[in-house]
Design a protein around this ligand. Structure first.
Ligand SMILES: Nc1ncnc2c1ncn2[C@@H]1O[C@H](COP(=O)(O)OP(=O)(O)O)[C@@H](O)[C@H]1O
Ligand SMILES: [Mg+2]
Length: 268
């Protein structure tokens, strides 16, 4: 991977919440890179700091220390939370699309509104672009006219992705996007992500689900108590984990996927 296609360069990032005895060091000295079109995984058990890190990467939260460079430019300067234009480039989708979708708006309205803001086009054109985006996400015209509560979890998640894509981002940051949806909806969303990768979008997939990480990503960072304890080529980390924590995470995957890891753990 060359320097030219380096999108994000994260250096020694730390996030601390609270003060005194209540201090929580959610992210500790994490460094990572994201290149154009690259599928990156961040995996770790609940509370390990994944969402906090993701929010910083999306420019939604200031780090306590360290830097995030986007195409060589510092994202957080002075007391500005992010530089103009940066937020459009990195778009985030969350575990629970209920939280990010307005319950009063149809999917089409929600996506049209985002298109209008990002593309600075009139409402008719915005609606046409939105409908196309939704259809690319597998949402029919009929379903596009429904409100979030009338859609399935998987459909809501795909509306959220369409909304994120309306900004034409270079990086899609997905925080546990498959956690709240059923197996077939998960498979559908992951397929969709694969298609987006094929079009050159970089995806940072945050998940505690190693099966999902293995399916989609090429490089993975394993997070424990705010630290990246292991990272590398996803297949290498899965086939030959170096850290005990990674071995335990792998062994906890149900079924076939975790079987080899469980056998190895028994031997050691
Ligand atoms: N806004 C906040 N204020 C205080 N503590 C927080 C806040 N957000 C997260 N934390 C703490 O930071 C740690 C990491 O949380 P989080 O990033 O949500 O982890 P994960 O996404 O891996 O489950 C946890 O101990 C959590 O309680
Ligand atoms: Mg989280």
């Amino acid at each position: 991977m060359s320097k030219e296609n380096l999108l994000m360069d994260v250096n020694d990032l730390s996030v601390t919440f609270g003060a005194g005895a209540n201090t929580v060091e959610a992210v500790k000295n994490c460094s990572m890179t994201v290149h154009e079109g690259e599928p990156i995984g961040i995996v770790g058990e609940s509370g390990s700091g994944k969402s906090t890190l993701a929010r910083v990467l999306a420019g939604l939260q200031q780090p306590s220390a360290g830097k995030v460079l986007y195409r060589g430019e510092n994202v957080f300067t002075g007391n500005k939370s992010y530089k103009n234009g940066f937020r459009n480039q990195v778009q985030m989708v969350f575990q629970d699309p209920y939280g990010s979708l307005n319950p009063q708006l149809t999917g089409l309205s929600a996506v049209s509104e985002a298109v209008r803001i990002h593309k600075k086009v009139g409402s008719d054109e915005a609606e046409a672009i939105a409908l196309e985006l939704l259809q690319q996400m597998g949402i029919s015209r009929l379903d596009a006219l429904k409100k979030p509560r009338q859609l399935s979890g998987g459909q809501r998640q795909r509306v959220s992705v369409a909304r994120a894509l309306s900004a034409s981002p270079s990086v899609l940051l997905a925080d546990e996007p498959t956690s709240a949806i059923d197996q077939s909806a998960q498979a559908q969303l992951l397929k969709l992500f694969q298609g987006l990768l094929g079009e050159g979008l970089a995806i940072v997939l945050v998940s505690h689900d190693l099966g999902v990480i293995r399916f989609l990503t090429k490089r993975v960072y394993v997070m424990k108590e705010g630290l990246f304890i292991e990272s590398g080529d996803t297949e290498t980390v899965f086939n030959d984990p170096q850290e005990e924590y990674t071995k335990l995470l792998l062994a906890s995957i149900p079924g076939e996927l975790g079987k080899a890891a469980r056998a190895k753990l028994k031997k050691s």
